[in-house]
Design a protein around this ligand. Structure first.
Ligand SMILES: [Zn+2]
Length: 464
């Protein structure tokens, strides 16, 4: 979260002995830059960039010398100086409060719905962003973002929430974001597994499932194996049957209502389910090796998203069919269920950072929350636009840091507010264009990273 009017420091969570150099981040607003300059010349500055008018410095220094910058600046200004804590993951209560803060920030365009209750009775909250969030507008495509199926994958909740926060922050001042909100109904469920998420904060950081008492003294069902998509029994890990868990039923009932009643949506057109880790962008099918009917379109969309993500901060994600993740079927998976239930609307499962392959990677350093969110905001907005305009050929300047298309307000856009995304020409959505190979693809064709190792819960395919 960006701090205005303060110098903020973020201590990277490197474990270093006292007195050793650490990496610090300082955000200096323009009015403090001159006062701070003499101190800066004595410090080991790694990089200097500018963010929305502020100067952002990374300095490689001991804590004492980093504090020198703070002390000097304090002595030179009457303004308050804060030493911000390390960036941190938000707790369940903080996530809920942040969701309500979005609703409060744009009350005409955001509304929170309780779409179900967890096993332990906690509300499962969905934030809807739309020009008329209390109504269901049948002419507008609905797109769903969901995080924290797996409780320990904390970054997945942050990313889901931060996309919503980005929209709220910029719906008024960025024409492109205004156009997206005007054309869609967007749903955000940052914490679909509130019981499990709370448990990872209170008791067991590596808890994955919900908190279902299984009757044999054990707890927990793997929610991303509990959907009605080639569901298979696996002890108690996949639940007593498809949609046995209230958490998965909450998402089901948001998207389709099995008894013919009215769902909150009227035909969702896209879904992204966030997980971690390993940096993959996966598309159906997950239980079958055969390509899904719209595999070509989904792959073309995924490839563009991967390029966009790479352009933001250099993180290489890899697109592939979900079945290929473990070279075997994933049963009961959310994306496959959504794809089948909606008549083949695109569903992505994005495995977020890091690319590492051991269990410590679930605890992604909070230092990487922001860049992971930024790159995925860019990809998510592209995904939404690809649905709005029914084309993969959205104008994003991937080769020149495509995030700028979304995360900054280009001067030209301010001067000419009509220059938002243009409706693609008819010929842009010809299949030949969609199938055209991207010769500039900078990513490797094959993934050389080792496959994640099986979990210890007796369920081979429940790792990430
Ligand atoms: Zn997961």
């Amino acid at each position: 979260m960006r701090m205005l009017s303060f110098i903020a420091f973020f201590l990277f969570s490197l474990t270093l002995a006292a007195g050793e150099k650490e990496l610090w981040r300082a955000v200096i607003p323009p009015y403090l830059l001159r006062d701070a300059a003499p101190v800066l010349t004595t410090l080991d500055v790694v990089s200097v960039t500018e963010e929305e008018g502020d100067t952002v410095l990374y300095i490689w220094e001991t804590a004492q010398r980093a504090a020198l910058l703070a002390d000097t600046a304090r002595s030179l200004t009457t303004r308050q100086l804060l030493l911000d804590g390390s960036p941190a993951y938000r707790t369940l209560d903080e996530m809920i409060a942040a969701l309500y803060a979005v609703e409060q920030k744009i009350p005409d365009r955001a509304k929170i719905y309780t779409i179900g209750k967890s096993v332990e009775g906690r509300d499962i909250l969905a934030l809807k962003i739309s020009t008329s969030p209390a109504e269901n507008l049948p002419e507008k495509p609905e797109i769903v973002f969901v995080g924290l199926h797996h409780a320990r994958e904390w970054i997945s909740g942050e990313v889901t929430l931060r996309i919503a926060e980005f929209l709220a922050d910029h719906v008024a001042d960025m024409p492109r974001i205004g156009s997206i909100v005007a054309a869609t109904e967007l749903w955000f469920i940052p914490v679909i597994n509130p019981d499990g998420y709370l448990y990872t904060h209170t008791t067991d950081r590596m808890w994955r499932h919900n908190r279902r008492p299984n009757g044999d003294g054990s707890f927990g069902v793997d929610l991303n194996r509990n959907y009605d998509a080639a569901w298979v029994e696996n002890g108690t890990a996949h639940g007593a049957g498809p949609f046995s868990e209230p958490e998965t039923r909450a998402l089901r009932d948001l998207v389709v209502t099995p008894d013919g009643g009215t769902a909150l949506t009227d035909g969702a057109r896209g879904l992204i389910s966030y997980h971690s880790f390993s940096q993959f962008l996966l598309y159906p099918w997950s239980s079958l090796s055969a390509p899904a009917p719209t595999a070509t379109l989904m792959r073309a969309t995924a490839d563009k998203m991967v390029d966009l993500i790479l352009s933001v901060d250099g993180a290489a994600y890899i697109a592939k069919q979900a079945y290929e993740l473990y070279a075997g079927p994933i049963n009961g998976e959310c994306g496959e269920w959504f794809y089948n239930a909606t008549g083949q609307a695109t569903a992505f499962l994005i495995e977020l950072r890091p690319a590492a392959t051991d269990d410590t990677a679930f605890a992604l350093d909070p230092l990487f929350i922001e860049p992971t969110a930024q790159e995925n905001i860019a990809a998510a907005l592209y995904f939404v636009e690809s649905i709005i305009y029914d084309s993969v050929d959205i104008d994003t300047d991937v080769n020149n840091n495509g995030i700028a298309d979304y995360l900054e307000v280009p001067d030209a856009l301010l001067e000419e507010p009509d220059e938002t995304v243009e409706e693609p020409e008819e010929d842009m959505i010809e299949e030949a264009d969609i199938l055209a190979p991207d010769t500039a693809d900078p990513l490797p064709d094959t993934d050389t990273r080792p496959a994640p190792h099986p979990g210890s819960d007796g369920c081979l395919l429940t790792v990430i």
